[in-house]
Design a protein around this ligand. Structure first.
Ligand SMILES: Cc1cc2nc3c(=O)[nH]c(=O)nc-3n(C[C@H](O)[C@H](O)[C@H](O)COP(=O)(O)OP(=O)(O)OC[C@H]3O[C@@H](n4cnc5c(N)ncnc54)[C@H](O)[C@@H]3O)c2cc1C
Length: 444
């Protein structure tokens, strides 16, 4: 095993602390809107509001991009791979179509913003393939693809011959291909949003945690050394939101891990094929994601998720998850067994039991907004959420925001929650393990 503690990166594999850190909030300030959290959601909301002349301040506990936005796999994906069964019956077909439309619109929104904000983040509009690694996965994959198409999200089935013709590595047998979207460098994307926000006059206070807030017509927020007030507050804190006393019964933070290899040599790349470098996710219950980066490394994520008791989000290594990902690397790319792991990291997404976004407003004045959920689909969706929330604050409800409004199922309290989440994760690990053993047996 080549995953070692010295490959662990506490800030993830894409970002460093910025060399122009923004000041802490140390005074009493007023604004039109206060946003807490500087990831895709917070920065996009800030940019949309600033474009209409609003005075916006952003409070970020660490630095912009510290959360999942700076740690993800960089798949800008639409609705491909959504677990439609988790929400279709709950919301009904018509609303499900609109929700699927929201996911797909997230891709187009982000693609537009690259040009608008001048962000170069190595975007490769390759499309995404949800691939099977064993024939037993074909039924579920086809079923999911069929439901997605019925709900308005186009995809095409690729059989073995078509996968080989595309040069996809042979471990991926067949797949559902969505032309929409592709892969990017999430660190460059989130830092591009940060730069654009600063240029637009947004005041970003870094190293500034929100400690508490008091509702009212004017919301007042307290930080360690300062305070701020505004008619609107947006909590764009995603997986960290339960720690602020909100959404604890609606979403759980799940730790998602990643490994990145050293760069492949020219010879290794040539032998690998994969000329279009489509982002690949597998059809496991807990997917594996496999992609090539612009720096010619392989990044693998997910496979093993982790829930920490009490919805905590410690920034710590998850060695068991890194080892599992390395096993996946060897299983799917047996010819690259000697490729060393150059870094590994973890971050937190938030998951509702119906796997849908959790967005809305709270407080007697309905002026405290929140956005969470989106689990592993936040690159497009949490960016687009900025547009929807900004419009709502400016007085118009976007139809896509209306489409997202639904009753999120409630979670059990602890310790039952811990037991339920871990039982579900244990079950999916067992089912996926069975498939992986069959794949290895077939390869021997
Ligand atoms: C390993 C991994 C792989 C993933 N892969 C993909 C992928 O390929 N495609 C995809 O679409 N999605 C993916 N995701 C999910 C995606 O990254 C997230 O859904 C998205 O980044 C969430 O953005 P956000 O702005 O809502 O939250 P975040 O980026 O988490 O931002 C929240 C911010 O709030 C700050 N904060 C928290 N508490 C406070 C406080 N009290 N005061 C001030 N600030 C605070 C945090 O420091 C953080 O910066 C992945 C996630 C992970 C971890």
């Amino acid at each position: 095993m080549s995953v070692t503690l010295d490959t662990y990166r506490p800030l993830g594999g894409w970002v460093e602390k910025p060399d122009n850190p923004q000041p802490q909030l140390e005074a009493e300030v007023c604004a039109d809107v206060i946003i807490v959290g500087a990831g895709f959601a917070g920065l996009s909301t800030a940019l949309e509001l600033a474009a209409h002349g609003a005075k916006v301040i952003v409070l970020e506990r660490e630095f912009a991009g510290f959360g999942a936005s700076g740690r993800n796999a960089g798949y800008l994906a639409g609705a491909l791979g959504l677990e439609f069964d988790l929400f279709l019956k709950r919301v009904g077909r018509e609303q499900a179509k609109k929700i699927v439309g929201f996911y797909d619109e997230g891709v187009a929104y982000v693609e537009r913003k690259f040009g608008e904000y001048g962000i170069d983040c190595d975007y490769n509009a390759s499309g995404i393939i949800r691939a099977g690694v064993h024939p037993s996965q074909e039924g579920k994959l086809r079923e999911g693809m069929k439901t997605g198409i019925e709900l308005g999200s186009p995809a095409q089935f690729l059989d073995q011959a078509e996968m080989r013709a595309r040069g996809i590595p042979p471990a991926f047998l067949f797949g559902a291909y969505a032309q929409r979207g592709g892969t990017l460098d999430p660190g460059k994307y989130v830092m591009g949003l940060r730069r654009a926000a600063l240029q637009a006059g947004v005041r970003v206070y870094e190293n500034t945690a929100l400690l508490s807030y008091a509702e009212g017509e004017i919301v007042k927020v307290q930080t360690a050394r300062g305070s701020a007030s505004a008619p609107f507050l947006v909590l764009a804190t995603n997986a960290y939101t339960p720690q602020l006393g909100l959404l604890g019964g609606k979403v759980v933070p799940l730790r998602v891990s990643a490994i990145e290899t050293e760069p492949l040599s020219e010879a290794q790349l040539a032998a690998l094929g994969w000329p279009r470098r489509e982002g690949i996710v597998t059809a496991h219950w807990t997917m594996e994601s496999h992609r090539l980066t612009a720096r010619n490394t392989l990044v693998l994520t997910t496979k093993r998720l982790h829930y920490v008791y009490g919805s905590q989000t410690p920034n710590v290594p998850d060695n068991a998850a890194y080892r599992e990902l390395e096993v996946a690397l060897h299983d799917r790319f047996p010819t690259l067994r000697d490729l060393a792991i150059r870094s590994c990291w973890s971050g937190y997404v938030s998951l509702a039991f119906d796997a849908l976004p959790v967005v809305g407003e709270t407080g007697a004045q309905r002026n405290v907004f929140y956005t969470a959920g989106c689990s592993g689909h936040g690159v497009g969706t949490q960016s687009l959420m900025g547009h929807l929330l900004a419009e709502r604050i400016r007085g118009t409800e976007h139809p896509l925001l209306s489409a997202l409004r639904h009753k999120t199922p409630s979670m059990l309290p602890e310790p039952l929650r811990w037991c339920a989440v871990n039982s579900a994760l244990g079950m999916t690990n067992m089912l996926d393990g069975r498939v992986n053993r069959k794949v290895r047996a077939a390869a021997r």
